[in-house]
Design a protein around this ligand. Structure first.
Ligand code: ATP
Length: 461
Protein backbone atom coordinates (compact mmCIF):
# COMPACT_ATOMS: atom_id res chain seq x y z
CA UNK A 1 0.00 0.00 0.00
CA UNK A 2 2.82 2.36 0.66
CA UNK A 3 5.94 3.87 -0.71
CA UNK A 4 8.72 1.63 0.43
CA UNK A 5 10.74 3.26 3.20
CA UNK A 6 13.91 2.98 1.15
CA UNK A 7 12.32 4.96 -1.66
CA UNK A 8 11.31 7.81 0.53
CA UNK A 9 13.69 10.60 -0.14
CA UNK A 10 14.29 13.09 2.58
CA UNK A 11 13.79 15.78 -0.07
CA UNK A 12 10.19 14.69 -0.66
CA UNK A 13 9.54 14.82 3.08
CA UNK A 14 11.32 18.15 3.54
CA UNK A 15 9.33 19.60 0.68
CA UNK A 16 6.03 18.49 2.22
CA UNK A 17 7.16 19.79 5.62
CA UNK A 18 7.85 23.20 4.14
CA UNK A 19 4.76 23.31 1.90
CA UNK A 20 2.39 22.37 4.70
CA UNK A 21 4.08 24.21 7.55
CA UNK A 22 5.74 21.52 9.65
CA UNK A 23 9.36 22.66 9.43
CA UNK A 24 11.07 25.72 7.95
CA UNK A 25 14.73 26.54 7.66
CA UNK A 26 15.61 29.02 10.39
CA UNK A 27 16.28 32.57 9.12
CA UNK A 28 15.35 31.48 5.60
CA UNK A 29 14.93 35.03 4.29
CA UNK A 30 18.62 35.60 5.05
CA UNK A 31 19.74 32.38 3.40
CA UNK A 32 19.27 30.17 6.47
CA UNK A 33 21.68 29.23 9.24
CA UNK A 34 23.12 25.74 9.28
CA UNK A 35 21.86 23.46 12.03
CA UNK A 36 18.85 25.53 13.12
CA UNK A 37 15.20 24.90 12.28
CA UNK A 38 11.83 26.50 12.92
CA UNK A 39 8.62 24.56 13.44
CA UNK A 40 5.59 25.96 11.62
CA UNK A 41 1.93 25.82 12.67
CA UNK A 42 1.69 22.04 12.26
CA UNK A 43 5.20 21.22 13.43
CA UNK A 44 4.64 23.00 16.69
CA UNK A 45 1.50 20.91 17.31
CA UNK A 46 3.37 17.71 16.47
CA UNK A 47 6.13 18.57 18.92
CA UNK A 48 3.61 19.50 21.61
CA UNK A 49 1.92 16.13 21.17
CA UNK A 50 5.24 14.34 21.62
CA UNK A 51 6.13 16.34 24.71
CA UNK A 52 2.68 16.05 26.24
CA UNK A 53 2.59 12.32 25.67
CA UNK A 54 6.04 11.94 27.27
CA UNK A 55 5.11 14.17 30.23
CA UNK A 56 1.90 12.26 30.80
CA UNK A 57 3.65 8.88 30.68
CA UNK A 58 6.68 9.95 32.71
CA UNK A 59 5.25 12.41 35.25
CA UNK A 60 1.47 12.74 35.42
CA UNK A 61 0.59 9.05 35.26
CA UNK A 62 3.17 8.06 37.87
CA UNK A 63 3.54 8.43 41.62
CA UNK A 64 7.32 8.35 41.63
CA UNK A 65 8.39 11.09 39.20
CA UNK A 66 8.16 14.88 39.50
CA UNK A 67 8.96 17.64 37.03
CA UNK A 68 11.49 20.46 36.83
CA UNK A 69 12.17 23.39 34.51
CA UNK A 70 15.71 24.59 35.12
CA UNK A 71 17.48 27.50 33.45
CA UNK A 72 19.40 27.11 30.21
CA UNK A 73 22.39 29.09 31.44
CA UNK A 74 23.73 27.84 34.76
CA UNK A 75 26.81 28.37 36.87
CA UNK A 76 29.84 27.41 34.73
CA UNK A 77 31.16 25.17 37.53
CA UNK A 78 28.28 22.80 36.73
CA UNK A 79 29.95 22.02 33.40
CA UNK A 80 33.32 21.53 35.06
CA UNK A 81 31.79 19.09 37.50
CA UNK A 82 29.91 17.23 34.77
CA UNK A 83 33.04 16.87 32.69
CA UNK A 84 31.71 18.88 29.74
CA UNK A 85 34.33 21.66 29.89
CA UNK A 86 37.15 19.14 29.56
CA UNK A 87 35.58 16.28 27.74
CA UNK A 88 32.56 17.30 25.64
CA UNK A 89 34.53 17.33 22.42
CA UNK A 90 34.50 15.86 18.95
CA UNK A 91 37.64 15.43 16.84
CA UNK A 92 37.61 17.88 13.94
CA UNK A 93 39.65 18.10 10.73
CA UNK A 94 39.84 20.69 7.96
CA UNK A 95 40.08 19.61 4.34
CA UNK A 96 42.64 21.76 2.55
CA UNK A 97 41.12 20.90 -0.83
CA UNK A 98 37.42 21.64 -0.31
CA UNK A 99 37.92 23.95 2.67
CA UNK A 100 35.26 21.96 4.52
CA UNK A 101 35.42 21.24 8.23
CA UNK A 102 34.45 17.70 9.21
CA UNK A 103 34.11 15.38 12.17
CA UNK A 104 37.17 13.17 12.01
CA UNK A 105 35.28 10.11 13.26
CA UNK A 106 32.61 10.37 10.54
CA UNK A 107 34.76 10.69 7.43
CA UNK A 108 34.45 8.33 4.48
CA UNK A 109 37.81 6.61 4.02
CA UNK A 110 38.71 7.39 0.45
CA UNK A 111 37.01 10.62 -0.53
CA UNK A 112 36.23 13.93 1.09
CA UNK A 113 32.50 14.21 2.06
CA UNK A 114 32.20 16.75 -0.80
CA UNK A 115 33.10 13.95 -3.21
CA UNK A 116 36.57 15.08 -4.35
CA UNK A 117 40.07 14.15 -3.28
CA UNK A 118 40.90 15.05 0.27
CA UNK A 119 43.76 16.53 2.20
CA UNK A 120 42.95 16.61 5.87
CA UNK A 121 44.69 18.46 8.65
CA UNK A 122 45.52 16.66 11.88
CA UNK A 123 42.43 16.12 14.03
CA UNK A 124 41.89 18.70 16.78
CA UNK A 125 39.47 18.40 19.65
CA UNK A 126 36.59 20.81 19.42
CA UNK A 127 34.34 21.57 22.42
CA UNK A 128 30.68 21.45 21.41
CA UNK A 129 29.40 23.84 24.06
CA UNK A 130 28.23 27.28 22.94
CA UNK A 131 29.90 29.96 25.02
CA UNK A 132 28.46 33.29 26.04
CA UNK A 133 29.15 35.95 28.66
CA UNK A 134 26.90 36.87 31.52
CA UNK A 135 26.64 40.59 32.27
CA UNK A 136 28.23 43.54 30.48
CA UNK A 137 31.89 42.52 30.81
CA UNK A 138 33.31 40.06 28.31
CA UNK A 139 36.25 38.29 29.88
CA UNK A 140 37.19 34.87 31.16
CA UNK A 141 35.47 35.49 34.50
CA UNK A 142 32.03 35.99 32.89
CA UNK A 143 32.07 32.99 30.54
CA UNK A 144 28.98 30.80 30.71
CA UNK A 145 27.57 28.07 28.49
CA UNK A 146 24.27 27.29 26.82
CA UNK A 147 23.46 23.89 28.30
CA UNK A 148 24.39 20.96 26.03
CA UNK A 149 21.89 18.75 27.91
CA UNK A 150 19.07 19.35 30.36
CA UNK A 151 20.24 16.63 32.76
CA UNK A 152 22.71 18.70 34.77
CA UNK A 153 19.97 21.12 35.84
CA UNK A 154 18.27 18.12 37.45
CA UNK A 155 21.38 16.97 39.30
CA UNK A 156 22.08 20.50 40.52
CA UNK A 157 18.55 20.74 41.99
CA UNK A 158 18.46 17.20 43.37
CA UNK A 159 18.53 18.28 47.02
CA UNK A 160 15.89 21.02 46.67
CA UNK A 161 13.50 18.72 44.85
CA UNK A 162 14.09 15.91 47.32
CA UNK A 163 13.17 18.25 50.16
CA UNK A 164 9.89 19.44 48.69
CA UNK A 165 8.63 16.49 46.68
CA UNK A 166 8.01 14.05 49.54
CA UNK A 167 9.59 11.30 47.49
CA UNK A 168 11.75 8.42 48.61
CA UNK A 169 14.44 6.72 46.54
CA UNK A 170 13.66 5.22 44.05
CA UNK A 171 12.14 8.29 42.45
CA UNK A 172 12.75 10.46 39.42
CA UNK A 173 12.96 14.04 38.21
CA UNK A 174 11.91 14.78 34.63
CA UNK A 175 12.60 17.79 32.47
CA UNK A 176 11.86 18.93 28.93
CA UNK A 177 13.82 21.79 27.43
CA UNK A 178 16.19 23.20 24.90
CA UNK A 179 19.78 22.05 24.59
CA UNK A 180 22.54 23.42 22.38
CA UNK A 181 25.51 21.74 20.78
CA UNK A 182 27.84 23.38 18.33
CA UNK A 183 27.85 20.28 16.11
CA UNK A 184 30.65 20.26 13.55
CA UNK A 185 28.45 18.85 10.78
CA UNK A 186 24.72 19.28 11.31
CA UNK A 187 23.02 16.92 8.86
CA UNK A 188 20.18 14.66 7.87
CA UNK A 189 17.59 17.43 7.97
CA UNK A 190 16.70 18.08 11.62
CA UNK A 191 18.36 14.91 12.92
CA UNK A 192 21.59 16.56 13.99
CA UNK A 193 20.88 20.19 14.83
CA UNK A 194 22.73 22.77 16.88
CA UNK A 195 19.65 23.73 18.88
CA UNK A 196 17.21 21.01 19.87
CA UNK A 197 14.90 19.87 22.63
CA UNK A 198 15.50 17.05 25.05
CA UNK A 199 13.19 15.08 27.31
CA UNK A 200 15.24 13.67 30.13
CA UNK A 201 14.53 11.65 33.22
CA UNK A 202 16.96 11.11 36.05
CA UNK A 203 15.67 8.17 38.03
CA UNK A 204 17.45 7.95 41.39
CA UNK A 205 17.91 4.49 42.83
CA UNK A 206 19.63 2.54 45.56
CA UNK A 207 23.17 1.39 44.71
CA UNK A 208 23.08 -2.19 43.54
CA UNK A 209 19.66 -1.93 41.86
CA UNK A 210 21.10 -0.42 38.66
CA UNK A 211 20.70 -3.41 36.37
CA UNK A 212 17.05 -4.09 37.19
CA UNK A 213 16.01 -0.44 36.89
CA UNK A 214 17.95 -0.06 33.67
CA UNK A 215 16.14 -3.03 32.17
CA UNK A 216 12.82 -1.66 33.42
CA UNK A 217 13.38 1.72 31.76
CA UNK A 218 14.49 0.26 28.44
CA UNK A 219 11.25 -1.74 28.30
CA UNK A 220 9.09 1.23 29.36
CA UNK A 221 10.61 3.54 26.81
CA UNK A 222 10.20 1.07 23.96
CA UNK A 223 6.51 0.73 24.86
CA UNK A 224 6.15 4.51 24.78
CA UNK A 225 7.62 4.77 21.28
CA UNK A 226 5.06 2.28 20.05
CA UNK A 227 2.27 4.21 21.75
CA UNK A 228 3.03 7.31 19.68
CA UNK A 229 3.10 5.40 16.41
CA UNK A 230 6.56 3.95 15.79
CA UNK A 231 6.09 0.24 15.12
CA UNK A 232 8.16 -2.34 16.93
CA UNK A 233 9.65 -3.52 13.64
CA UNK A 234 11.23 -0.12 12.96
CA UNK A 235 12.67 0.24 16.47
CA UNK A 236 15.89 -1.35 17.62
CA UNK A 237 18.09 -1.35 20.66
CA UNK A 238 21.81 -0.93 20.52
CA UNK A 239 23.37 -2.45 23.61
CA UNK A 240 26.74 -0.87 24.37
CA UNK A 241 29.53 -3.39 24.76
CA UNK A 242 31.59 -2.94 27.93
CA UNK A 243 34.47 -1.25 26.11
CA UNK A 244 32.19 1.49 24.73
CA UNK A 245 30.71 2.44 28.11
CA UNK A 246 31.83 5.56 29.96
CA UNK A 247 34.05 4.55 32.90
CA UNK A 248 31.28 5.30 35.44
CA UNK A 249 28.41 3.63 33.52
CA UNK A 250 27.35 0.05 34.10
CA UNK A 251 24.97 -0.21 31.12
CA UNK A 252 23.72 1.81 28.17
CA UNK A 253 21.15 1.05 25.50
CA UNK A 254 20.28 3.34 22.60
CA UNK A 255 16.78 3.23 21.17
CA UNK A 256 17.25 3.36 17.40
CA UNK A 257 14.81 3.98 14.56
CA UNK A 258 15.03 2.99 10.88
CA UNK A 259 15.28 6.41 9.26
CA UNK A 260 15.49 6.51 5.46
CA UNK A 261 19.14 7.59 5.92
CA UNK A 262 19.97 4.68 8.21
CA UNK A 263 19.20 3.26 11.64
CA UNK A 264 19.94 6.04 14.10
CA UNK A 265 19.59 6.97 17.75
CA UNK A 266 16.41 8.49 19.19
CA UNK A 267 17.26 8.06 22.85
CA UNK A 268 20.04 6.86 25.10
CA UNK A 269 19.23 5.01 28.32
CA UNK A 270 22.23 4.87 30.62
CA UNK A 271 22.90 3.53 34.09
CA UNK A 272 25.34 6.23 35.24
CA UNK A 273 26.10 5.03 38.78
CA UNK A 274 26.47 7.99 41.14
CA UNK A 275 28.95 9.82 38.91
CA UNK A 276 26.99 13.05 38.46
CA UNK A 277 25.81 13.56 42.03
CA UNK A 278 29.23 12.66 43.42
CA UNK A 279 30.93 15.13 41.13
CA UNK A 280 28.52 17.90 42.16
CA UNK A 281 29.11 16.99 45.77
CA UNK A 282 32.84 17.29 45.18
CA UNK A 283 32.73 20.53 43.19
CA UNK A 284 30.05 22.36 45.21
CA UNK A 285 31.01 21.08 48.63
CA UNK A 286 27.29 20.37 49.27
CA UNK A 287 26.22 16.92 50.36
CA UNK A 288 24.23 14.96 47.80
CA UNK A 289 23.65 12.10 50.19
CA UNK A 290 20.30 10.54 50.81
CA UNK A 291 19.30 9.05 54.15
CA UNK A 292 17.39 5.84 53.80
CA UNK A 293 14.99 5.60 56.73
CA UNK A 294 14.42 1.88 56.31
CA UNK A 295 18.03 0.81 56.42
CA UNK A 296 19.27 3.89 58.35
CA UNK A 297 22.02 4.24 55.79
CA UNK A 298 23.34 7.24 53.91
CA UNK A 299 24.35 7.00 50.29
CA UNK A 300 24.71 9.05 47.14
CA UNK A 301 21.93 7.66 44.92
CA UNK A 302 22.73 5.99 41.63
CA UNK A 303 20.82 7.04 38.56
CA UNK A 304 19.27 5.61 35.41
CA UNK A 305 18.87 8.22 32.70
CA UNK A 306 16.55 7.86 29.69
CA UNK A 307 17.47 10.84 27.49
CA UNK A 308 15.44 11.47 24.35
CA UNK A 309 15.42 14.14 21.64
CA UNK A 310 12.07 15.72 20.71
CA UNK A 311 13.25 16.79 17.25
CA UNK A 312 14.53 13.33 16.36
CA UNK A 313 11.25 11.79 17.49
CA UNK A 314 9.30 14.36 15.44
CA UNK A 315 11.44 13.47 12.42
CA UNK A 316 10.88 9.74 13.00
CA UNK A 317 7.11 10.30 13.21
CA UNK A 318 7.18 12.33 9.99
CA UNK A 319 9.18 9.63 8.20
CA UNK A 320 6.92 6.89 9.52
CA UNK A 321 3.75 8.76 8.57
CA UNK A 322 4.75 9.69 5.02
CA UNK A 323 2.98 7.62 2.37
CA UNK A 324 2.26 8.04 -1.28
CA UNK A 325 -0.47 5.98 -2.92
CA UNK A 326 -3.02 5.83 -5.72
CA UNK A 327 -6.61 6.41 -4.84
CA UNK A 328 -9.79 6.21 -6.95
CA UNK A 329 -10.79 9.60 -8.31
CA UNK A 330 -14.44 9.04 -7.44
CA UNK A 331 -14.06 8.60 -3.73
CA UNK A 332 -17.67 7.86 -3.16
CA UNK A 333 -17.06 4.55 -4.93
CA UNK A 334 -15.32 3.58 -1.69
CA UNK A 335 -12.45 1.75 -3.40
CA UNK A 336 -9.43 1.10 -1.22
CA UNK A 337 -6.14 2.90 -1.96
CA UNK A 338 -3.72 1.11 -4.30
CA UNK A 339 0.01 0.66 -3.91
CA UNK A 340 2.04 3.28 -5.71
CA UNK A 341 4.63 2.39 -8.26
CA UNK A 342 7.03 5.28 -8.17
CA UNK A 343 7.52 7.01 -11.47
CA UNK A 344 4.42 5.37 -12.98
CA UNK A 345 1.38 7.49 -13.73
CA UNK A 346 -1.71 6.31 -11.84
CA UNK A 347 -3.99 3.97 -13.84
CA UNK A 348 -7.23 5.31 -15.22
CA UNK A 349 -9.72 6.26 -12.54
CA UNK A 350 -6.96 6.79 -9.97
CA UNK A 351 -4.97 9.76 -8.77
CA UNK A 352 -1.94 10.05 -6.53
CA UNK A 353 -2.34 11.09 -2.91
CA UNK A 354 0.19 11.87 -0.24
CA UNK A 355 -1.04 10.91 3.18
CA UNK A 356 0.58 11.35 6.57
CA UNK A 357 -0.56 8.35 8.56
CA UNK A 358 0.17 9.74 12.01
CA UNK A 359 -1.10 7.79 14.98
CA UNK A 360 -4.13 9.82 16.20
CA UNK A 361 -2.20 10.72 19.36
CA UNK A 362 0.55 12.40 17.32
CA UNK A 363 -1.60 13.98 14.59
CA UNK A 364 -1.36 17.80 14.74
CA UNK A 365 -5.01 18.24 13.69
CA UNK A 366 -7.46 15.59 14.86
CA UNK A 367 -10.59 16.49 12.95
CA UNK A 368 -11.60 18.81 10.09
CA UNK A 369 -15.11 20.12 9.54
CA UNK A 370 -16.51 21.24 6.18
CA UNK A 371 -19.82 22.62 4.97
CA UNK A 372 -20.47 20.94 1.61
CA UNK A 373 -20.86 24.36 -0.05
CA UNK A 374 -19.64 27.67 1.19
CA UNK A 375 -22.37 29.77 -0.38
CA UNK A 376 -25.25 28.09 1.47
CA UNK A 377 -25.52 29.93 4.79
CA UNK A 378 -27.65 27.21 6.40
CA UNK A 379 -24.93 24.60 5.72
CA UNK A 380 -22.16 26.92 6.88
CA UNK A 381 -23.98 27.79 10.09
CA UNK A 382 -24.73 24.16 10.92
CA UNK A 383 -21.15 23.10 10.17
CA UNK A 384 -19.76 25.95 12.24
CA UNK A 385 -21.82 24.73 15.19
CA UNK A 386 -20.33 21.23 14.84
CA UNK A 387 -16.83 22.71 14.51
CA UNK A 388 -17.23 24.91 17.60
CA UNK A 389 -18.32 21.94 19.70
CA UNK A 390 -15.48 19.69 18.55
CA UNK A 391 -12.68 22.28 18.75
CA UNK A 392 -13.24 22.63 22.48
CA UNK A 393 -12.07 19.08 22.86
CA UNK A 394 -9.63 18.46 19.99
CA UNK A 395 -7.43 20.52 17.68
CA UNK A 396 -9.84 21.01 14.77
CA UNK A 397 -9.62 22.58 11.33
CA UNK A 398 -12.25 24.56 9.46
CA UNK A 399 -12.20 24.57 5.65
CA UNK A 400 -14.78 25.89 3.22
CA UNK A 401 -12.60 26.30 0.11
CA UNK A 402 -12.84 24.09 -2.98
CA UNK A 403 -14.38 20.75 -3.83
CA UNK A 404 -14.76 18.26 -0.99
CA UNK A 405 -12.25 15.89 -2.64
CA UNK A 406 -9.62 18.64 -2.63
CA UNK A 407 -10.36 19.41 0.99
CA UNK A 408 -9.93 15.74 1.90
CA UNK A 409 -6.56 15.69 0.10
CA UNK A 410 -5.35 18.72 1.99
CA UNK A 411 -6.20 17.03 5.29
CA UNK A 412 -4.59 13.76 4.15
CA UNK A 413 -1.37 15.64 3.53
CA UNK A 414 -1.25 16.88 7.10
CA UNK A 415 -2.46 13.61 8.58
CA UNK A 416 -5.88 14.60 9.97
CA UNK A 417 -7.54 11.31 11.01
CA UNK A 418 -11.16 12.42 10.43
CA UNK A 419 -13.05 14.81 8.14
CA UNK A 420 -16.66 15.70 8.83
CA UNK A 421 -18.92 17.08 6.13
CA UNK A 422 -22.22 18.84 6.71
CA UNK A 423 -24.48 18.40 3.65
CA UNK A 424 -28.12 18.87 2.72
CA UNK A 425 -29.17 15.68 4.45
CA UNK A 426 -27.78 17.15 7.68
CA UNK A 427 -30.45 19.83 7.54
CA UNK A 428 -33.12 17.13 7.41
CA UNK A 429 -31.94 14.48 9.86
CA UNK A 430 -28.97 16.07 11.76
CA UNK A 431 -26.52 13.44 10.55
CA UNK A 432 -23.14 14.20 8.98
CA UNK A 433 -20.59 12.15 7.07
CA UNK A 434 -17.39 11.21 8.81
CA UNK A 435 -14.54 10.15 6.56
CA UNK A 436 -11.60 8.04 7.72
CA UNK A 437 -8.15 9.18 6.50
CA UNK A 438 -6.70 5.70 6.07
CA UNK A 439 -9.59 3.68 4.61
CA UNK A 440 -11.19 6.75 2.98
CA UNK A 441 -14.55 5.22 3.90
CA UNK A 442 -17.42 7.53 4.76
CA UNK A 443 -20.07 6.83 7.31
CA UNK A 444 -23.20 8.73 8.34
CA UNK A 445 -23.30 9.58 12.02
CA UNK A 446 -25.74 11.63 14.11
CA UNK A 447 -24.19 14.91 15.25
CA UNK A 448 -25.04 13.98 18.82
CA UNK A 449 -22.97 10.79 18.51
CA UNK A 450 -19.88 12.51 17.04
CA UNK A 451 -17.96 13.20 20.27
CA UNK A 452 -18.25 9.59 21.46
CA UNK A 453 -17.41 8.25 18.01
CA UNK A 454 -14.28 10.42 17.72
CA UNK A 455 -13.22 9.86 21.31
CA UNK A 456 -13.12 6.10 20.74
CA UNK A 457 -10.12 6.65 18.45
CA UNK A 458 -8.68 10.01 19.40
CA UNK A 459 -8.66 9.54 23.16
CA UNK A 460 -7.65 5.87 23.10
CA UNK A 461 -4.74 5.27 25.45
P1 ATP B 1 24.77 11.42 18.88
O1 ATP B 1 25.65 10.23 19.16
O2 ATP B 1 23.77 11.18 17.80
O3 ATP B 1 25.53 12.71 18.74
P2 ATP B 1 24.49 11.55 21.66
O4 ATP B 1 24.70 10.12 22.04
O5 ATP B 1 25.59 12.53 21.82
O6 ATP B 1 23.90 11.64 20.19
P3 ATP B 1 23.01 12.16 23.99
O7 ATP B 1 24.07 13.01 24.56
O8 ATP B 1 22.81 10.79 24.52
O9 ATP B 1 23.22 12.08 22.40
O10 ATP B 1 21.66 12.99 23.99
C1 ATP B 1 20.41 12.38 24.22
C2 ATP B 1 19.47 12.61 23.06
O11 ATP B 1 19.43 13.99 22.68
C3 ATP B 1 19.85 11.88 21.80
O12 ATP B 1 19.42 10.53 21.84
C4 ATP B 1 19.12 12.67 20.76
O13 ATP B 1 17.76 12.28 20.65
C5 ATP B 1 19.18 14.07 21.29
N1 ATP B 1 20.26 14.80 20.61
C6 ATP B 1 21.57 14.81 20.94
N2 ATP B 1 22.26 15.57 20.09
C7 ATP B 1 21.36 16.06 19.18
C8 ATP B 1 21.47 16.93 18.06
N3 ATP B 1 22.62 17.45 17.70
N4 ATP B 1 20.33 17.22 17.38
C9 ATP B 1 19.14 16.70 17.74
N5 ATP B 1 19.00 15.89 18.81
C10 ATP B 1 20.07 15.56 19.52
Amino acid sequence: MTTDKAQLTMEALASLCKRRGFIFQSSEIYGGINGFWDYGPLGVELKRNIKESWWRAMVQNRDDIVGLDSSIIMHPRIWEASGHVKGFTDPMVDCRKCKGRWRADQLPETKCPQGGPHEYTEARLFNLMFETNVGPVKDASTVAYLRPETAQGIFAQFKNVLEVARQKVPFGIAQIGKAFRNEINPRNYTFRSREFEQMELEFFIKPGTDAEWHEYWVAERLKWYQSIGLPEGHLHRYVYPKEELAHYASACVDVMYDFPFGTQELEGIAARGNFDLSRHQEFSGKSMEYFDEETKQKFVPHVVEPSAGVDRIALALLCEAYHEEWVPTAEAAGQPPQPTEPGQPPPQGYEARTVMRFAPRAAPVKVAVFPLMKNKPELVEKARGVFDTLRRRWPAFWDVAGAIGRRYRRQDEIGTPFCITVDFQTLEDTTVTIRDRDTMKQERVAIADLPAKLAATLDAA
